[in-house]
Write a protein that binds this ligand. Structure first.
Ligand code: APR
Ligand code: PHB
Length: 402
């Protein structure tokens, strides 16, 4: 097989990139190791920045998103038994966010791709990327019991946190930066209408809890738990009791309970690989960086990477110049580090640290108070949460303006 852009992985990053390239007339092939049913069932994130919604609409995947997505005008911060609304449109000049599950995005993109191309192969596991420094790198992959090759002009690794693309970076050509937070999230899906209209980020006395949703009849909830927690040790009653305690506020608000349909534990990790390109191999999404989910940035970062990348490929297609591709890693990493900083700060502000002392706890409360009492502090949170601009102002231009 031969193609212009070989894409490894059919998560949101790989699928969206394929659609954006296809629309520009650039030929590509997507290889996905799992089955279609598996990728369409995987429970993941669900909070979309405006730029993510725009990109999905632009590539024709806005239909169901516009009909079923829930537009949110803010979030609630809850601590010390108080509720504080952070008004996004008022603080950002009109920006909002949308709740629409990643599984639904994947279903929409897969359906579009299977209807009118480009090629998407399921149960096609990339084994290795060979010759990233050459003019035509090759992806070796296993499909239907045979080993096959995909010869490409460019390869994009959208193969998530455990993929093979990054392994093709020769030793010494890259570096990873990582921080493992000393706690995890127990995520729960429940057949019960959301108890709040907005997402609630709660700093309870025994730890963090998040109230999110998937539809008017399905709630998505998260609970801070120690690393190494087994979801089996959390029967439904224990989960609801702990959530109710962490969300507790003065007044008559109540957490609605219902049947739990899924439970899983996710470690909280910050991780960035630099650079995001080696020769003709580029990385996008979780293949290059992981953020703890407190800032809801993982999916949005995967989308912003591939938007930057699709523009760079379009530039090459139009002008023959690799200038934008040469800048890809630098441009994407600027945004990645901003999201990494924001996710880290949100995580540290809202979780109970296992070795936390009274001093640390006071600092957390002072940070939360600053946000709820200062318009500029709240505006900073709102700007980061709703999404920073796709590409930072070019440094040279910014410097000449000073
Ligand atoms: N060959 C082919 N496909 C592979 C291989 C391989 N060797 N290894 C992994 N994959 C596939 C996985 O099965 C998965 O479908 O790559 C895809 C990667 O998708 P995601 O993990 O969803 O990553 P990405 O598209 O970058 O999306 C990031 O996912 O985990 C969330 O919080 C994260 O929301 C963010 C989003
Ligand atoms: C989710 O709905 O799954 C969700 C929302 C916000 C977050 C993390 C996860 O910060």
């Amino acid at each position: 097989m031969r193609t212009t852009v070989g894409i490894i992985g059919a998560g949101p990053a790989g699928l969206l990139l394929a659609r954006l390239l296809h629309r520009t007339g650039i030929d590509c092939v997507v290889l996905e190791s799992r089955t279609r049913a598996y990728v369409e069932r995987r429970q993941r994130a669900g909070m979309l920045e405006q730029g993510t919604v725009d990109a999905l609409r632009e590539c024709g995947a806005g239909g169901r998103l516009d009909a079923e997505g829930m537009v949110h005008h803010g979030i609630e911060l809850r601590f010390e038994g108080e509720r504080h609304h952070i008004d996004f449109p008022g603080l950002t000049g009109g920006r909002t966010v949308t709740i629409y599950a990643q599984t639904e995005i994947v279903k929409d993109l897969v359906a579009l791709q299977l209807a009118d191309g480009p090629t998407l192969l399921f149960e096609a596991e990339a084994l290795a990327v060979e010759g990233p420094e050459t003019a035509s790198p090759v992806v070796r992959f296993a499909h239907e019991g045979n080993e096959r090759t995909l010869r490409c002009d460019w390869v994009v690794g959208c193969d998530g946190g455990h993929g093979v693309a990054r392994a093709a970076f020769p030793a010494g050509t890259g570096r990873s930066y990582a921080y493992d937070h000393p706690y995890s999230w127990l995520g729960v899906l429940a057949d019960v209408p959301p108890s709040c209209e907005e997402l609630v980020y709660a700093r309870g006395t025994t730890g963090f809890a998040l109230h999110s949703m998937r539809s008017p009849s399905v709630s998505r909830l998260y609970l801070q738990v120690p690393n190494g927690t087994d979801a089996g040790d959390w029967p439904d009653e224990r989960i609801w009791d702990e959530l109710a305690a962490r969300f507790e506020v003065a007044g008559d608000w109540r957490l609605e309970r219902g049947p739990v349909t899924a439970k899983s534990v996710t470690p909280m990790r910050s991780w960035v690989h630099e650079p995001m390109r080696h020769g003709r191999l580029l990385l996008a999404g979780d293949a290059a960086h992981i953020v703890p989910p407190t800032g809801a940035k993982g999916l949005n970062l995967a989308v912003s990477d591939v938007r930057i990348l699709a523009r760079a490929f379009a530039g090459l297609h139009r002008t023959g110049s690799t200038e934008l591709l040469d800048r890809y890693s630098r441009t994407a990493l600027e945004r990645v580090w901003q999201a990494t900083r924001f996710s880290y700060d949100m995580t540290r502000m809202l979780h109970a640290h296992p070795h936390e002392d009274a001093f640390e706890r006071r600092l957390q409360l002072a940070r939360l108070r600053r946000i709820t009492e200062s318009r500029s502090a709240a505006a900073e949170l709102a700007a980061n949460y709703t999404g920073l601009p796709l590409a930072p102002r070019p440094r040279e231009a910014a410097e000449s303006r000073r």
